[in-house]
Design a protein around this ligand. Structure first.
Ligand SMILES: Nc1nc2c(c(=O)[nH]1)N[C@H]1C(S)=C(S)[C@@H](COP(=O)(O)O)O[C@H]1N2
Ligand SMILES: [Mo]
Length: 365
């Protein structure tokens, strides 16, 4: 692990690591973009209002009537679709866990300056929409098309570049059957902040791939180099890239902190005796195969419930007989690729893919 260069007492530069107190800029982002309250992990489906939220620029308020999706570029048959056109197509409803690639960023030392997530940048909604692959088929991708660029209606400046929010997928990635254009969340039209009227949903990938307020899909014949694709969302050791791109969600588990919280510190207080520890585990690299709970450093297997879906978190539980005193609870999951959550996180410059085993300090009385 390389030790990053830290500057103190200078104006905040996004992406720069810091050990200073939370900055005004981070507070501003934290107020706009909220976590899922961690106790909502007890629900299989996260109510829309409790689902985490991340908006880079401003929420665009779009009209369902005048909204159109253009599918063009390197295609033989460009399409222009209304919301009614999409709703008339075959519909699929699926529970999908979304997690922000920056989840856990604020726990890193030093802290990369950006949205300062602790652990709650995750949620699982039931999304309804229509699969993308048949639409690509209808549009007739040119034989030299290599990627599809998905562009949202929101615009802003990041890293000095003024752009619409846009991300790409390779043709092969975009053709996966689970990739959808979704127009409903938990049975209701998408709320404005979650992409009304239509967003892309890329199950198994970190959230940045699921472009909200989608207005255009363009087939391109060379790799897309937009900011959100080529600069942001990379595993880097310093400001100069390129580094590996962030894509699928790394295996992670979280528990509902037991007992009751202290208001200010959120430290937990639990009564002695049997305590049911529960939580969720998920991965974009395969099924969850094992969850372990660590009590003061001793790891024990948790019970796994049946999976909720191929791209949704899985419930787990374990009974802990709590004895009076101070305790540290942790949890970690392993997926079918063999990946296991680390006990300590390897630092990276943008604070991406932090899946360190959660730590919950508990006082048993
Ligand atoms: N158009 C657009 N799409 C976007 C974003 C955005 O700012 N603009 N944020 C992305 C990121 S980084 C994440 S983590 C998810 C968050 O989705 P949610 O707010 O519905 O939870 O949306 C992604 N799609
Ligand atoms: Mo994100």
């Amino acid at each position: 692990m390389s030790t990053p260069h830290i500057e103190r007492g200078v104006a905040a530069t996004p992406g720069q690591p810091t050990q200073d107190a939370l900055t005004h800029e981070e507070l501003q982002l934290a107020g706009r973009n909220h976590s899922m309250p961690i106790e909502a992990l007890q629900e299989d489906i996260t109510p829309a209002g409790l689902h985490y939220l991340l908006v880079h620029f401003d929420v665009p308020f779009l009209s369902a009537e005048s909204w159109r999706l253009r599918l063009g570029g390197a295609v033989s048959n460009p399409l222009e679709l209304s919301l009614e056109d999409l709703k008339a197509r075959p519909a699929v409803t699926m529970p999908v866990t979304l997690e922000c690639a920056g989840n856990g960023r604020a726990l890193l030392q030093p802290r990369p300056l950006s949205q300062p997530w602790t652990l709650g940048a995750v949620g699982t909604a039931e999304w309804t929409g229509t699969p993308l692959a048949p639409l690509l088929e209808e549009a007739g991708l040119a034989s030299d098309a290599v990627e599809l660029v998905f562009t949202g209606a929101d615009r802003g400046i990041q890293g000095g570049a003024e752009e619409q929010y846009a991300r790409s997928l390779t043709v092969a990635e975009a053709r996966h059957p689970e990739v959808m254009l979704v127009y409903a969340m938990n049975g209701q039209p998408l709320p404005p902040q979650h992409g009304f009227p239509v967003r892309l949903l890329v199950p198994g990938w970190y959230g940045m791939a699921s472009v909200k307020w989608l207005t255009s899909i363009e087939a391109v014949t060379s790799r897309f180099m937009g900011y959100q694709q080529a600069v942001a969302y990379h595993y880097l050791q310093g400001p100069d890239g390129p580094g590996l791109p962030v894509s699928h969600i790394r295996v992670r588990s979280l528990m509902v902190p037991p007992g009751i919280p202290d208001f200010f510190t959120r430290r937990r207080v639990v009564d002695a005796g049997p305590v049911m520890i529960r939580g969720k585990a998920w991965s974009g690299h395969g099924e969850i195969e094992r969850v372990e709970v660590g009590i003061d450093g001793e790891w024990m297997p948790a019970h796994l419930d049946d999976p909720l879906g191929d791209f949704a978190w899985r419930s787990w539980s374990m009974v802990w007989v709590a004895r009076p005193g101070e305790h540290v609870l942790r949890c970690r999951a392993m997926d079918s690729s063999g990946a296991l959550q680390p006990r300590e996180q390897v630092w990276n410059y943008q604070g991406m893919g932090n899946n360190m085993a959660q730590r919950v300090e508990v006082t048993v009385r």
